[in-house]
Ligand binder design. Structure first.
Ligand SMILES: Nc1ncnc2c1ncn2[C@@H]1O[C@H](COP(=O)(O)OP(=O)(O)OP(=O)(O)O)[C@@H](O)[C@H]1O
Ligand SMILES: [Mg+2]
Length: 306
């Protein structure tokens, strides 16, 4: 009889029904294309700037696939063993012999034990792998994915036993997300890895989707959500790509409005200050402009829409 291999990894089960998930025409289109590629057996790669919905859409897709989900977040510190497993554990065998109660004889034996990590568990049991921000891991660490995605074989060190190789379950599927290469802390993905996936490039949401999401996330009225989104979008257009405020800025402003039972009006000082704080932080791209000028631009935008 073969022992079940030790693993600390437990998959998550995501409910198919996700009431908070907004399916606008745009989102519905992305979901349809993604499901087509997954059904055809290809790994899916959602790539785009911060806040373009990559992780949310990946989780929704995984829920629709209906298999348990293994979630992995890319990390610069990862080595291969963080993905597939390694000699982490120790098996301790202890034999205590106190047949004669005044004499205690004990013998202890400690041997290294292979512990499966996330990718191995997903491949073995046919779970859905979401590898979020996979390009934050160094390309060498991700090399193990090449044979998994193409030959559907996981090449494991002989130390694991079972002949080293593991045949990937036919139910296994993989969804990857990544930010553009110009982002801080992002490695360039190997061409060979990208070549094995179908990549969908996501941009910032269209206005209709953005309003629906901001409204759903905050609970403010549609009319108010439109005002907030108009301000954020107008501001976004004036900035360079990876410095643009994302949908998160709109969600933040709207949630503060909701929490303080406040209204988006130009004469509402609290609202104006929230917009200044959310939109005017320096990673948002105005480092070289005087603070007062940026604030004036935000004020002009608020006056235009409120
Ligand atoms: N279809 C959607 N329905 C409801 N909320 C959404 C949807 N898409 C995105 N959101 C919300 O928008 C925000 C940003 O989405 P998400 O975290 O998925 O972006 P991301 O592309 O993964 O960003 P990052 O690159 O920074 O990780 C989140 O608060 C998320 O809940
Ligand atoms: Mg994300």
């Amino acid at each position: 009889m073969q022992n079940e291999r030790v693993s600390e990894v437990t998959p998550i089960i995501i409910d198919k029904d996700q009431p908070g998930f907004i399916q606008s025409d745009y989102v519905g289109g992305v979901i349809k294309r993604s499901m087509n590629y997954i059904r055809a057996g290809f790994p899916l790669h959602l790539t785009g700037a911060a806040g373009t919905g990559k992780t949310t859409i990946a989780m929704y897709l995984a829920a629709q696939i209906g298999r348990p989900v293994i979630l992995l977040h890319g990390d610069d510190e990862f080595g291969t063993s963080d993905l597939i497993g390694g000699q982490y554990g120790y098996r301790r065998k202890k034999m205590v012999d106190n047949f004669i109660h005044s004499v205690l004889k004990s013998e202890e034996n400690v041997s290294p034990e292979w512990v499966d990590n996330r990718i191995t568990v997903a491949c073995k049991y046919g779970f859905t792998l979401i590898y979020d921000e996979f390009t934050r891991s160094r390309p060498e660490a991700n090399n193990v994915l090449l044979a998994i995605l193409e030959e559907r074989i996981l090449d494991l060190p002989a130390a694991r036993g079972e002949g080293g190789y593991l045949r990937v379950s036919p139910d296994f599927c993989a969804i990857f997300t990544s930010n553009p290469e110009e982002y801080a802390g992002i490695h360039k993905a190997q061409d060979a890895l990208k070549d094995r996936m179908i990549s969908i490039k996501l941009g910032h949401y269209d206005r209709e989707s953005e309003v629906s999401i901001v409204q759903a996330k905050s609970g403010i009225s549609r009319d108010e959500a439109e005002k907030v989104v108009n301000i954020v979008r107008a501001f976004r257009e004036t900035k360079k790509n990876n410095l643009q405020p994302s949908i998160r800025s709109g969600i933040m402003i709207a949630k503060v409005l909701s929490a303080t039972d406040s209204r988006p009006r130009a004469d509402n000082t609290d609202f104006v200050e929230t917009c200044m704080d959310v939109l005017n932080f320096d990673t948002n791209g105005f480092q070289n402009q005087p603070e007062e000028e940026v604030k004036q631009r935000i004020m002009d935008t608020i006056n235009r829409y409120c």
